[in-house]
Structures are given as structure tokens and as C-alpha cells.
Ligand binder design. Sequence first.
Ligand code: NAD
Length: 480
Amino acid sequence: MVSRVIPVDPFDLVIFGGTGDLAIGKILPALFRRWRAGQIPEDARVIGAARADLDDDSYRALVAGALAPEVGAGGDLDGFLGILEYRRIDVGEAAGWPDLAARLAGSGDRVQAFYFSVAPGLYGALAERLQAHGLAGAGTRVVVEKPFGSDLASARTLNRDLAAHFDEGQIYRIDHYLGKETVQNLMAVRFGNMLFEPLWNSQYVDHIQITVAETVGVGGRGAYYDGAGAMRDMVQNHLMQLLCLIAMEPPARFAPDELRDEKLKVIRALDPVLPHHIVRGQYEQEGDGYRAAVGNPRSRTESYIALKTHISNWRWAGTPFYLRTGKRLVARSSVINVMFKDAPHSIFGAEAGRHANVLSIRLQPNEGITLKVTIKEPGPGGMRLVDVPLDMSFAEALAAEDHDRPDAYERLIMDVIRGNQTLFMRGDEVEAAWAWTDPIIAGWEARGDVPKPYDNGSTGPGDAELLMQRDGRRWQGIKP
Ligand code: NAD
């Protein structure tokens, strides 16, 4: 299957924090891959802006070094470096701004986008500077990253600071999970087929499991992570977005606000989470545990969380949603499992056992969708039933042009340039997610909850298994 690449219009993209990990490790490689795929026109401009004392050439050298592994796969690196520029700018200082404004002036109706790849504490000042230098016109777009606040109050402040200079239609809040191929396929499967949607409710779905398991620890982000924890770092944004897409009503059209309206309704219908429906954990290992990694021997921050919640609406009343995410787990695996109910009556007798369909939507690795169906075990010996997967692996199904398929950052950055906000979070969504998250965190802080230890490389604390067992259910395995 040949993927079609439609070039975007010429654009100027300024990356504030252009020397940082995100810019160098994700944004610029994504842009290079889109360049290599022929999607970025030759007169586009990408301007890195940061505090480091670099010029165009030394910035290009820095980026070229970071792109070396990519270039192995071919591509016109020099051409790409040719659209790169650098400006030394400190958000807190006046220097550099007039020069940037002059560079961007007179570009007519070219798209102008500003990627705020800096700490969220700088968003307000950055927006103000852009406005002051005439760079916040109606046509400009700003891109902001997670974390979008650390609670409802701080998210509101960020929204207010951005709204002072930009309309909601100009603000692109990235959650890179939304850019994943499978996440969009989840919507295609749900709303493009007749097969699933009639069953997509509490009458047929027993429960839904959302797992985002990581094998990595906190890495170099210890200080940030210890102040955040898995609930703020993963559940409030990534898992919440997946929950919304799996649970929302069909929007009338696949359009930004229609989709985001439906997601917002899901978040607002979420029940508060009861204390005994939450399991928090911290990974442990002699000399290499969580507390050592963050340099805080008394830390009570969770590197793992499992919880059960309900959506109080007609479709989902009675169907629990189990969410779990953690670091240093047995395998890297992000998957949504829709667990259907058993058939109401087995005509094959008790010895055939109980069988239920499972629709697994794998986000990473090996993106794909599997439906487990029950069939007769081949051979003689009566009616023995087995569950076998009907597997749709994207890597196989769409193999031919696999390397050209954009990853999440590539797709999302191109969406910014195209002006398509469908896969970005709206301000009210983010606030609603915090409004649900805040009381949960406040609850365990008030109770003085201490996370349960779990072994490096395990599936998490044993209490998470109990959370399921108490309901007569069990987690699907965490498989790579
Ligand atoms: P980083 O510390 O590596 O880089 C920060 C960048 O901001 C540098 O280029 C620095 O020069 C610039 N900067 C700092 N203060 C500045 C100032 N006053 N004026 C102008 N530039 C200034 O950080 P990062 O990892 O690149 O993260 C950037 C943002 O993206 C953060 O908000 C982070 O939470 C978020 N984020 C990062 C990742 C990631 O993979 N690194 C993933 C998701 C979200």
C-alpha cells in the first residue's frame, strides 16, 4: 500500500528551546523525516531559538550530529540543514526579539508557528513577547507540550496566560499519544465499521483495561518526576485521552471541536475514584530503586498506579474501566483491552469452559489490533473450544511503505502546519482532566498514603492484582 505524501504550504516554524532534549531528540528528527518524505517545501524555514550562544552554522552542526542515525537511512541532510536557522533569544531579555521579528516580517500569508519547547513557567512570558513584537497575529499558531499544569489551578493559569494573546483556535496542546497511528485507527475501527459499535456498551462489554507499561525508570527527569508521579505524568493526560477515545459517543463529524466536545463529555462523566480502588507503587531494587533514582530516600511519589473508575452515562453505567501505568515494569507495552462479556449460555456444556472475546488495541510496540474469537479446537475428541486471535498487525498489513508512515511527532507537527486541531487537546478538556485528578491526589495526600514497593521488572505491586481479583477479574499480561 503506497502512502501518499501531500506537501504542506510553505511555513515558518520557530522552536523556542531549540537546543533542548525535546527539540533535538524529537521535533527536529520528526521534521527531517517529513523533509525526506517530500512533505516540507524547500522555502520553509525552521528557526531554533534558545539561550545558547550559537550561530546558524554551529546550530546546523549540532542538529546534523543528532540526525546522524537517521541519515543512515538516506535522505537529503544538507537540504534540510539549509532550511534551519538559529537565533539567540532569552525569553526574559529584550535582545534578539527585534531581529526575529524582522526575519519573520513580510512573509505574507505563510503559516507561522511557534513551538514552546521550554518549561511551562515560560509560556506566559513567551506569549507576551510574541505579542509585543507583532508576532501574535490571527494567523499564528503556538504549540505547547505536557505537562500542561500540575493541577487545575496551574492549568487555568497557563490557559489564561495563553488566552491573553491567542485564541483557542491558535493553541495546539500536544499529547503525542493522540498522534499514534493506532489511536486514529481506534476511531476508524469504532466508527468506520458496523461490527463493533452496537456492542460498544455496558450490555456487552464487561470491562475495559488500559495499560501503559514502561521498562525505563525516571532517567534524568528525577527532580521533575518526583514532584509529579505517575498520576500527573501519565494518567491525567495520556491514559485519560485513550479512555476518552474508547468511551466517547460518535461525533457527528470527524472535526476538531466535534471530537473534543465528545471527549470532554466523557471526562465530565467520570466518577470520583474511591480510595480502595487505587493502588500506588514504587519500584525497588538494591541501589537502583526509585528513591535512589530521584535522590529522595523518603519519597512518597508513585512510579506506578492502577485504579478503577466508572463513567456515569447511559452507555457505560456498570462497566468498570481499569487503568494502570508504571515504570520499570516487565515489558514496554501500551494496550487497550476491551473485554467482552461471556456468551449468556454455553450450548457446549460446562467442559467447554467460559470464553469471552477480547479486542486488543496495541499502541506500542507492534501497533495493531487483535480480536480474540472462540473456535473449536481442531481434531477429534468433541467440542473443545479455544480462543484464537484474528490479528491485524499494521506492520504486516501496510508493510510496503512502512518506513514512510509518519510517527506521532511527525503527524502532529504537520497537523499544526495544516491547521488541524483534531488531535490536540482543548483547554477545557485539560482543565476537566485536572478537576478529576486533583481530588484523587488530595485524597491520598490527606491519608498519608505510602506507595507499595514492587520489584524492578515485575508487573507492579501485588495489590494491583487484588484490585482485579476482588471483582472476579484479572489483568491481561504485559507482553512486549
Ligand atoms: P531541556 O531542559 O532539555 O531544554 C530546554 C530548552 O529551553 C533549551 O533549549 C534552553 O536553552 C531553553 N531555555 C531555557 N530557558 C530559556 C529562556 N529563559 N529563554 C529561552 N530559552 C530558554 O528541556 P526539554 O526536555 O527539551 O523540554 C522542553 C519542554 O518540553 C518542557 O516543558 C518539558 O516538560 C516538555 N517535554 C519534554 C519531553 C522530552 O522528551 N524531553 C517530552 C514531553 C514534554
